[in-house]
Write a protein that binds this ligand. Structure first.
Ligand code: AHR
Length: 518
């Protein structure tokens, strides 16, 4: 059996984990909203048509905040279409996803839904095809107490109290040619700055997130960040970036796909470097944080798209699963395999490793569309394989990341030579636990894992949860909902300063220790 040694030290904090890194994202795309969140007439629908079964699973995931209404959708969206009496709301062509948007579920419904789901709403404004004035009006509608046209309209629409929405995205993926109203960096910076001014005049307390660069293959990658940060530095709190990892038709192969965590690490370091550069050059004190407001494994199964580089010059997403201009078509309904779930688990480890800089992260998305939860129209609900790593990340990933180092055998990947074990430790002072999340990338052998948790006193392994299985292609379905499930490995319960466990081959592990640092 291979051997790995791992050292983590409580006295060396590496970043406190913001609860908002367990956030998610819902977009007017496919069946995310319609029949995902909202399905009047469904046996589980409440009086507003919100699916209670979906809400239950979202609560189980512990999602603190949900971004809305897009995504690419937001750049074609007129938010005023989505308020007021439902019978007066227009049916519109949504250009982003070639669908028909009925606007039956809109802004006020989202805020009501968020309250019931126990999540904080996070909004994106349309800086593609809409105006800076409209962005100001939207903040006024949501956050102004009353006595003005838009705030009084919210009250008339049944919401006396302001929504006090705190987090606002200044557009979405504005660097991309597929975005409606795509701009170059200079023009985006000008528009975002003017929008930010107006939005903050309306509500000075809001936090603003600039649309940063996400896609390495675009010539503007990082140059975009440098330009917009230079212009916007004093006006924003976060810069957003997105990260998707694909293995369509096994184009990456198991080894390299699983190693996507390394690519996310490089990606986040690149954004951090752009931030550091602009901060140093402009001698600014205030740090700007990273908002990874879309991240996931996405295999683009039903999109004419072979590799991420295809994004270069792309102006539309061509779907193979639906004809244009359907209402809530079944598109982007990825079926996630065990390999996808392991890969997502690896990405989650990287996310925690960057807890000092990434203060918001939204798993994209939450329901039906590239999501851990799948619903059936007029039917049941399913936990996909990716539900589980996200669940444990959210449940046990809260606290303080501490510095750690691993010494293990290595493997070769497209990202270089890497240790077969990738791990991170989170210390939770309140419940006196330390949790190690560890991915064993070895495809042939289990790895004996000796964990030394320094300055934690005597530690006791309470729980070892593992996600693994004989078939990497296995996925959950309504017929077989438990094909991919984590299992518990029995633990001895002994106390020591270092403990040895076994990480099964190709597995994602959650090792929970009771610690006693006194
Ligand atoms: O999440 C799906 C899409 O991915 C979003 O609409 C867009 O922002 C990204 O390209």
């Amino acid at each position: 059996m291979k051997r790995a040694e791992y050292f983590a030290d409580r006295k060396f904090p590496a970043g406190s984990v913001d609860d908002n890194v367990f956030a998610s994202f819902t977009e007017h795309l496919g069946r995310c909203i319609y029949s995902g969140l909202y399905e009047p007439g469904h046996p589980e629908a409440d009086e507003q048509g919100f699916r209670k079964d979906t809400i239950r699973l979202i609560k189980e995931l512990g999602v603190p905040m949900v971004r809305y209404p897009g995504g690419n959708f937001v750049s074609c969206f007129d938010w005023t279409d989505s308020i007021g009496p439902k019978e007066n709301r227009p049916r519109r062509m949504d250009y982003a996803w070639a669908s028909v948007e009925t606007n039956e579920f809109g802004l006020d419904e989202f805020v009501d839904w968020a309250k019931k789901a126990g999540v904080e709403p996070m909004m994106a404004v349309n800086l593609g095809t809409d105006s800076i004035r409209s962005a100001g009006y939207l903040v006024e509608y949501c956050n102004h107490p009353g006595g003005t046209y838009w705030s009084d309209l919210r009250i008339k629409n049944g919401h006396k109290e302001p929504y006090n929405i705190k987090y606002w995205c200044l557009g979405n993926e504005m660097e991309g040619s597929w975005q409606a109203g795509h701009l170059n960096a200079e023009d985006y910076a000008k528009k975002a700055l003017e929008a930010a001014k107006i939005m903050r005049w309306v509500d000075p307390s809001i936090k603003l997130i600039a649309s940063g660069s996400s896609y390495e293959m675009l010539p503007s990658y990082l140059e975009w960040d440098k330009t917009i940060l230079t212009e916007l530095y004093d006006h924003i709190d976060y810069i957003s970036t997105h990260a998707y990892y694909m293995n369509k038709n096994n184009c990456m192969g198991t080894t390299d796909f699983l190693a996507s965590y390394k690519q996310l690490d490089t990606h986040l370091k690149a954004t951090e470097t752009a931030l550091d550069f602009v901060q140093a050059k402009a001698t600014k004190k205030k740090p700007i944080q990273i908002c990874l407001d879309e991240w996931n494994v996405w295999n683009f199964s039903d999109i004419v798209f072979e590799k991420m580089d295809d994004l270069l010059g792309m102006t539309t997403f061509q779907m193979t699963s639906a004809k244009p201009w359907e209402v809530a078509p079944s598109i982007l309904e990825e079926k996630y395999s065990l390999l996808d779930a392991l890969t997502l688990g690896g990405l989650a480890i990287t996310l925690l490793q960057h807890a000092d800089r990434v203060k918001i992260a939204c798993l994209a998305q939450l329901v039906n569309v590239i999501a851990p939860i799948t619903t059936k129209r007029n039917g049941g609900i399913l936990k996909q394989s990716t539900f589980y790593p996200f669940l444990y990340l959210s449940r046990y990933g809260r606290g303080e990341v501490v510095k750690s180092i691993v010494s293990s055998p290595q493997y070769d990947s497209v990202y270089g030579t890497l240790p077969v074990v990738e791990a991170v430790t989170v210390y939770n002072r309140e419940d006196e636990t330390a949790t190690i999340f560890a991915l064993n990338c070895d495809q042939e052998e289990d790895v004996e894992f000796k964990a030394e948790l320094n300055h934690f006193g005597k530690v006791r392994l309470m729980e070892h949860i593992v996600l693994d299985g004989p078939d990497l292609e296995a996925f959950n379905s309504f017929e077989h909902p438990e094909n991919v499930m984590p299992r518990e490995i029995p633990v001895g319960g002994e106390e020591a300063e270092s403990l040895t466990t076994v990480l099964p081959k190709l597995s994602w592990n959650v090792l929970r220790y009771k610690v006693n640092e006194k």
